[in-house]
Design a protein around this ligand. Structure first.
Ligand code: FAD
Length: 489
């Protein structure tokens, strides 16, 4: 299909357009759209694709107001559609305001830079200056006056009004407003440093800085490590009572009873057996479990290596698991009780959370014990996901990411960081999804409160990860001596 041949996949935060869906997606939509018309063979387009993807991840929360899309004009089936928009060269980006009529060819959006921050601000500029319909989901982006703030709670029933005080040329207030677009119980407004009444009332001295204003008239400064967009958004999205729209308030049950019985796939195919062997050997080498579990893994490995068949049945594996134990049934417990991956409801977290956690532990163990090489654990995980991970959609997204860059990972620490950054991509994609536990929101991890030194800003004010600190944090967080082994004893 065109989606697969093109430069984007469904794993990106980009709406994949084609001749068949373009009209229904773009026209009369409640959100604005930026559409990249590209040709999959064009070198400039290949160079631009990573920019378009990271821009889409960066403004993911803005979707109800403005969304990003792409169409491959090199696909035979899309050629007429692209030419009907007057596309002459690739890539061309066009802006379609909310409720665009089907006769429209869109407005030009000049890609002035490959810098995500510049492009993001250009989007805001485009939103603010176009004259047609404002997307209904989009809050006002203009600056607020003292009068508006004084009367705010008369007409708005939210728990917090966040005020971003800033200078006229700063975009932080508008960016944070859009970042909070999908959250309830909070509103964000930007206030200019020249708004003397408010500035003196609240005693504001730093620009930018963020204040929380409460319905009872009290206010307090928002405490962040660095006065910048990402830090404000992290902090505001996680204030008590602030929830993503449509998400219930979290309820924590007393007893967690989760035996979701993840479906096992048959693995009596050559490839799957190889994947199983590789995975078990990696567990034998790096899984920092209880000694009895390690022994069990070793027996399973020995059995698998001694097999002459190219096929095994699940029941024979099961009987090895049960019969090689010194004390039958004492090694692996009946049923499952999630500890680190306990969710606020039985259908949250659990198995997939434990898979991620285990993978991180394995990459960190390989690093801490100077394992055989960066590909060993990564490829074993990849094979496990490919052959055994019951969520097939997850597996295909993961395989997309692996195919993109896993093979070029060269060191053990790069392997741990690769997994960390890909997991964050998945978190970005899943934020707000049905499977998100409201008590454990999908955030870019670790958040500043867990690892302050992992976060920094560039001179431009743009958020940046300090990868060395992230690495040190991963080493510590997923190290074997932090794992409690005595839950069953
Ligand atoms: P998880 O995302 O499972 O994370 C577990 C724990 O790891 C967190 O609690 C946190 O302590 C830590 N953590 C979080 N982020 C990072 C990071 N970047 N680096 C290191 N540690 C971190 N679900 C879907 O709906 N669609 C999918 O396409 C999909 N793909 C998946 C692919 C794979 C390979 C896996 C293992 C899972 C996938 N899932 C998918 C499930 C989803 O990612 C979560 O595992 C699930 O929703 C449970 O989320 P959680 O809140 O428990 O945290």
């Amino acid at each position: 299909s065109s989606a697969e041949a093109g430069l984007y996949t469904s794993s990106d935060q980009i709406v994949l357009l084609n001749a068949g869906n373009l009209e229904s997606v773009l026209f009369n939509s409640t959100s604005a759209f930026l559409v990249e018309f590209y040709a999959s063979w064009c070198g400039h387009c290949m160079a631009f694709a990573p920019v378009w993807k990271s821009l889409a991840r960066d403004v993911k929360e803005w979707k109800p107001a403005v969304d990003l899309a792409a169409i491959d004009c090199a696909d035979e089936g899309n050629r007429m559609t692209c030419s009907s928009f007057g596309i002459r060269g690739y890539p061309t980006v066009k802006f379609f305001h909310a409720y665009t009529k089907s006769s429209s060819k869109g407005q030009p959006f000049k890609v002035s830079s490959h810098d995500v921050r510049t492009l993001r601000r250009q989007i805001i500029y485009m939103m603010e200056t176009h004259e047609e319909s404002w997307p209904p989901a989009c809050p006002p982006l203009e600056t607020a006056s003292k009068a508006e703030i004084d009367n705010f709670f008369e007409t708005n029933s939210v728990d917090y009004l966040a005020l971003v005080f800033e200078r006229v040329n700063s975009y932080v207030g508008r960016e944070v407003t859009l970042d909070l677009l999908q959250y309830e119980n909070i509103a964000v407004r930007r206030v200019l440093s020249t708004e003397d009444g408010l500035v003196s009332k609240m005693g504001v001295t730093d620009f930018p800085s963020c204040y929380l204003y409460y319905p009872n008239g009290n206010f307090s400064r928002l405490n962040v490590q660095i006065e910048a967009r990402t830090f404000y958004s992290y902090a505001l999205q996680r204030l008590p009572g602030v929830v993503r729209a449509g998400k219930p308030q979290p309820v924590v049950p007393d007893v967690v009873d989760n035996t979701t019985g993840q479906q096992w796939l048959p693995f009596n195919r050559g490839k799957a057996l190889t994947d199983l062997k590789r995975y078990i050997s990696v567990l034998v080498k790096y899984f920092p479990g209880r000694p009895v579990v390690k022994n069990l893994l070793q027996s399973v490995e020995a059995w698998l290596l001694g097999l002459e068949d190219t096929e095994v049945s699940y029941s024979s594996l099961l009987s090895v698991l049960e019969n090689t134990a010194e004390v039958p049934n004492a090694v692996l417990p009946e049923g499952v009780r999630w500890v680190a991956c306990q969710g606020s409801q039985p259908h949250f977290r659990g198995y997939p959370c434990s898979v991620w956690t285990l993978f991180h532990v394995l990459t960190v163990q390989a690093m801490n014990t100077r394992g055989a090489g960066p590909q060993e654990v990564l490829q074993a995980m990849r094979g496990y996901v490919r052959s055994f991970f019951g969520c097939r959609e997850c597996a295909s997204h993961f395989e997309n990411m692996a195919a993109e860059s896993m093979d070029s990972v060269r060191t053990l620490s790069a392997a741990a960081l690769w997994l960390w950054s890909r997991h964050n991509r998945v978190n970005n994609r899943l934020a707000g999804a049905l499977s998100e536990d409201p008590l454990f929101p999908k955030i870019q991890w670790p958040p500043p409160e867990l690892c302050p030194s992992c976060h920094g800003v560039k001179l431009s004010g743009e958020h940046t990860w300090k990868q060395e600190r992230v690495l040190a944090f991963l080493k510590e967080h997923f190290s074997s001596d932090r794992i409690l082994l005595d839950y069953l004893e």
